[in-house]
Design a protein around this ligand. Structure first.
Ligand SMILES: N[C@@H](CCC(=O)N[C@@H](CS)C(=O)NCC(=O)O)C(=O)O
Length: 218
Protein backbone atom coordinates (compact mmCIF):
# COMPACT_ATOMS: atom_id res chain seq x y z
CA UNK A 1 0.00 0.00 0.00
CA UNK A 2 1.23 3.47 -0.87
CA UNK A 3 -0.44 6.34 0.99
CA UNK A 4 0.08 9.93 -0.17
CA UNK A 5 -0.65 12.91 2.06
CA UNK A 6 -1.77 15.72 -0.18
CA UNK A 7 -3.23 19.22 -0.21
CA UNK A 8 -5.21 20.17 -3.36
CA UNK A 9 -3.14 22.32 -5.80
CA UNK A 10 0.01 22.00 -3.64
CA UNK A 11 3.39 20.55 -4.55
CA UNK A 12 2.15 17.11 -3.51
CA UNK A 13 0.26 17.14 -6.84
CA UNK A 14 3.58 16.20 -8.42
CA UNK A 15 3.77 12.96 -6.46
CA UNK A 16 0.12 12.16 -7.11
CA UNK A 17 0.67 12.64 -10.85
CA UNK A 18 3.97 10.71 -10.79
CA UNK A 19 2.44 7.73 -8.97
CA UNK A 20 -0.36 7.62 -11.54
CA UNK A 21 2.16 7.82 -14.41
CA UNK A 22 3.81 4.79 -12.79
CA UNK A 23 0.53 2.87 -12.81
CA UNK A 24 0.27 2.87 -9.00
CA UNK A 25 -3.08 3.30 -7.25
CA UNK A 26 -2.12 5.27 -4.13
CA UNK A 27 -4.44 5.90 -1.24
CA UNK A 28 -4.71 9.69 -1.16
CA UNK A 29 -5.30 11.42 2.18
CA UNK A 30 -6.42 14.98 1.52
CA UNK A 31 -5.43 17.61 4.08
CA UNK A 32 -6.25 21.28 4.37
CA UNK A 33 -3.78 24.10 4.93
CA UNK A 34 -6.50 26.09 6.65
CA UNK A 35 -7.29 23.98 9.70
CA UNK A 36 -3.83 23.48 11.31
CA UNK A 37 -4.10 19.70 10.81
CA UNK A 38 -0.64 19.71 9.19
CA UNK A 39 0.68 20.80 12.61
CA UNK A 40 -0.94 17.95 14.56
CA UNK A 41 1.48 15.57 16.33
CA UNK A 42 0.26 12.69 14.14
CA UNK A 43 1.02 14.59 10.96
CA UNK A 44 4.35 15.95 12.24
CA UNK A 45 5.41 12.33 12.80
CA UNK A 46 5.05 11.91 9.02
CA UNK A 47 6.49 15.23 7.91
CA UNK A 48 8.41 17.02 10.67
CA UNK A 49 7.97 20.52 9.21
CA UNK A 50 4.27 19.89 8.59
CA UNK A 51 4.49 19.96 4.80
CA UNK A 52 3.03 18.02 1.92
CA UNK A 53 3.80 15.74 0.24
CA UNK A 54 4.45 12.97 2.74
CA UNK A 55 4.43 9.40 1.53
CA UNK A 56 3.93 6.18 3.45
CA UNK A 57 5.65 3.43 1.52
CA UNK A 58 7.67 0.27 2.10
CA UNK A 59 7.09 0.40 5.86
CA UNK A 60 8.43 3.93 6.30
CA UNK A 61 7.54 7.54 5.65
CA UNK A 62 9.23 9.89 3.23
CA UNK A 63 8.95 13.65 2.83
CA UNK A 64 10.43 16.12 0.25
CA UNK A 65 9.14 15.65 -3.29
CA UNK A 66 12.61 15.52 -4.84
CA UNK A 67 13.65 12.66 -2.54
CA UNK A 68 10.32 10.91 -3.06
CA UNK A 69 10.71 11.22 -6.84
CA UNK A 70 14.20 9.73 -6.77
CA UNK A 71 13.06 6.93 -4.46
CA UNK A 72 10.05 6.04 -6.60
CA UNK A 73 12.11 6.01 -9.81
CA UNK A 74 14.83 3.89 -8.20
CA UNK A 75 12.48 1.37 -6.64
CA UNK A 76 9.61 1.18 -9.12
CA UNK A 77 9.91 3.31 -12.25
CA UNK A 78 13.40 3.30 -13.82
CA UNK A 79 11.87 4.44 -17.12
CA UNK A 80 10.93 7.77 -15.50
CA UNK A 81 14.33 8.30 -13.85
CA UNK A 82 17.82 8.50 -15.26
CA UNK A 83 20.10 6.29 -13.18
CA UNK A 84 23.73 7.08 -12.24
CA UNK A 85 25.89 6.42 -15.27
CA UNK A 86 23.15 7.18 -17.80
CA UNK A 87 23.92 9.95 -20.28
CA UNK A 88 21.05 12.18 -19.12
CA UNK A 89 21.62 11.67 -15.39
CA UNK A 90 23.13 15.13 -14.72
CA UNK A 91 20.40 16.90 -16.71
CA UNK A 92 17.72 14.87 -14.94
CA UNK A 93 19.12 15.88 -11.53
CA UNK A 94 19.41 19.51 -12.56
CA UNK A 95 15.76 19.71 -13.64
CA UNK A 96 14.58 17.73 -10.61
CA UNK A 97 16.08 20.30 -8.26
CA UNK A 98 15.31 23.30 -10.47
CA UNK A 99 11.67 22.52 -9.77
CA UNK A 100 12.23 23.85 -6.25
CA UNK A 101 13.71 27.10 -7.59
CA UNK A 102 10.38 27.57 -9.35
CA UNK A 103 8.61 26.42 -6.18
CA UNK A 104 10.22 29.04 -3.97
CA UNK A 105 8.89 31.90 -6.11
CA UNK A 106 5.46 30.30 -6.29
CA UNK A 107 5.44 29.97 -2.51
CA UNK A 108 6.46 33.63 -2.05
CA UNK A 109 3.81 34.82 -4.50
CA UNK A 110 1.18 32.60 -2.92
CA UNK A 111 2.03 34.09 0.46
CA UNK A 112 1.88 37.65 -0.85
CA UNK A 113 -1.33 37.35 -2.90
CA UNK A 114 -3.29 34.78 -0.92
CA UNK A 115 -2.02 33.90 2.54
CA UNK A 116 -1.57 37.53 3.65
CA UNK A 117 -5.16 38.64 3.57
CA UNK A 118 -4.88 42.33 4.46
CA UNK A 119 -3.39 44.82 1.99
CA UNK A 120 -1.18 46.41 4.65
CA UNK A 121 0.58 43.05 5.17
CA UNK A 122 1.54 42.72 1.51
CA UNK A 123 4.39 44.29 -0.40
CA UNK A 124 3.70 45.34 -4.01
CA UNK A 125 7.49 45.50 -4.50
CA UNK A 126 7.91 41.87 -3.43
CA UNK A 127 4.95 40.86 -5.61
CA UNK A 128 6.50 42.50 -8.69
CA UNK A 129 9.99 41.22 -7.94
CA UNK A 130 8.85 37.65 -7.32
CA UNK A 131 6.69 37.63 -10.47
CA UNK A 132 9.77 38.73 -12.48
CA UNK A 133 11.95 36.09 -10.82
CA UNK A 134 9.35 33.43 -11.50
CA UNK A 135 9.14 34.57 -15.13
CA UNK A 136 12.91 34.13 -15.41
CA UNK A 137 12.58 30.50 -14.31
CA UNK A 138 9.87 29.91 -16.95
CA UNK A 139 12.25 31.39 -19.53
CA UNK A 140 14.80 28.73 -18.55
CA UNK A 141 12.20 26.00 -19.11
CA UNK A 142 11.17 27.61 -22.43
CA UNK A 143 14.79 27.46 -23.65
CA UNK A 144 15.13 23.88 -22.40
CA UNK A 145 12.08 22.85 -24.44
CA UNK A 146 13.01 24.57 -27.71
CA UNK A 147 13.08 21.96 -30.49
CA UNK A 148 11.95 19.09 -28.27
CA UNK A 149 8.79 17.74 -26.70
CA UNK A 150 10.12 17.09 -23.21
CA UNK A 151 12.87 18.38 -20.96
CA UNK A 152 15.16 15.46 -21.80
CA UNK A 153 15.89 14.53 -25.43
CA UNK A 154 15.08 10.84 -24.84
CA UNK A 155 11.50 11.61 -23.81
CA UNK A 156 9.05 12.04 -20.95
CA UNK A 157 10.45 11.51 -17.46
CA UNK A 158 9.76 12.35 -13.83
CA UNK A 159 11.36 15.78 -14.29
CA UNK A 160 8.57 16.77 -16.69
CA UNK A 161 6.22 16.09 -13.78
CA UNK A 162 8.31 17.96 -11.19
CA UNK A 163 8.97 21.01 -13.33
CA UNK A 164 5.64 20.74 -15.18
CA UNK A 165 3.61 21.31 -12.02
CA UNK A 166 5.63 24.46 -11.22
CA UNK A 167 5.22 25.88 -14.72
CA UNK A 168 1.51 25.06 -14.67
CA UNK A 169 1.12 27.02 -11.43
CA UNK A 170 3.34 29.84 -12.75
CA UNK A 171 0.56 30.62 -15.27
CA UNK A 172 -1.37 32.11 -12.35
CA UNK A 173 1.30 34.81 -11.90
CA UNK A 174 3.10 35.15 -15.25
CA UNK A 175 1.78 35.85 -18.78
CA UNK A 176 2.80 33.08 -21.17
CA UNK A 177 2.63 34.91 -24.54
CA UNK A 178 6.43 34.75 -24.86
CA UNK A 179 6.57 31.05 -23.98
CA UNK A 180 5.19 28.99 -26.90
CA UNK A 181 7.24 25.86 -26.19
CA UNK A 182 6.29 25.79 -22.51
CA UNK A 183 2.64 26.38 -23.45
CA UNK A 184 2.70 23.49 -25.96
CA UNK A 185 4.31 21.23 -23.32
CA UNK A 186 1.60 22.11 -20.78
CA UNK A 187 -1.10 21.39 -23.38
CA UNK A 188 0.44 18.01 -24.02
CA UNK A 189 -0.01 17.09 -20.35
CA UNK A 190 -3.76 17.46 -20.75
CA UNK A 191 -3.68 14.51 -23.17
CA UNK A 192 -1.97 12.22 -20.63
CA UNK A 193 -4.43 9.93 -18.80
CA UNK A 194 -2.34 10.02 -15.59
CA UNK A 195 -2.33 13.82 -15.53
CA UNK A 196 -6.08 13.96 -16.13
CA UNK A 197 -6.69 11.47 -13.35
CA UNK A 198 -4.41 13.41 -11.02
CA UNK A 199 -6.54 16.51 -11.67
CA UNK A 200 -9.67 14.50 -10.87
CA UNK A 201 -8.14 13.21 -7.61
CA UNK A 202 -6.59 16.53 -6.64
CA UNK A 203 -9.51 17.48 -4.37
CA UNK A 204 -11.38 20.72 -3.96
CA UNK A 205 -9.28 23.83 -4.65
CA UNK A 206 -8.61 25.90 -1.56
CA UNK A 207 -5.43 27.81 -2.42
CA UNK A 208 -5.89 29.38 -5.87
CA UNK A 209 -9.37 30.64 -6.62
CA UNK A 210 -8.44 33.03 -9.46
CA UNK A 211 -6.93 32.17 -12.83
CA UNK A 212 -4.48 35.06 -12.63
CA UNK A 213 -2.98 37.15 -9.84
CA UNK A 214 -1.68 40.45 -11.20
CA UNK A 215 1.22 42.23 -9.49
CA UNK A 216 0.18 45.79 -8.56
CA UNK A 217 1.64 48.54 -10.79
CA UNK A 218 4.67 50.47 -9.56
N1 LIG B 1 10.47 21.16 -0.85
C1 LIG B 1 9.26 20.62 -0.28
C2 LIG B 1 8.24 21.72 -0.12
C3 LIG B 1 7.02 21.22 0.62
C4 LIG B 1 6.07 22.38 0.95
O1 LIG B 1 6.50 23.42 1.49
N2 LIG B 1 4.79 22.18 0.66
C5 LIG B 1 3.81 23.20 0.98
C6 LIG B 1 2.66 23.12 -0.02
S1 LIG B 1 3.15 23.57 -1.65
C7 LIG B 1 3.22 22.95 2.35
O2 LIG B 1 3.09 21.81 2.75
N3 LIG B 1 2.84 24.01 3.07
C8 LIG B 1 2.16 23.86 4.30
C9 LIG B 1 2.66 24.81 5.32
O3 LIG B 1 3.66 25.50 5.08
O4 LIG B 1 2.05 24.83 6.37
C10 LIG B 1 8.72 19.50 -1.18
O5 LIG B 1 8.79 19.68 -2.39
O6 LIG B 1 8.28 18.47 -0.68
Amino acid sequence: MIRLHHVPQARSFRILWLLLEMGEQPEVVIHSMLDRSLRSPDYLALSPAGRVPALEIDGRRLFESGAITEYLCETRAPQLGRAPGEVERADWLEWLHFAETIGQHLANLTQQHIVLREDHMRSPTVMRLEAKRLEKTVEVVERGLEGRDFLLPSGFSAVDVQVGYGVMMARRFVRFDAFPSASRWLHHFETRPAFRRALEEDGEAEIYTRDFYEAPNA
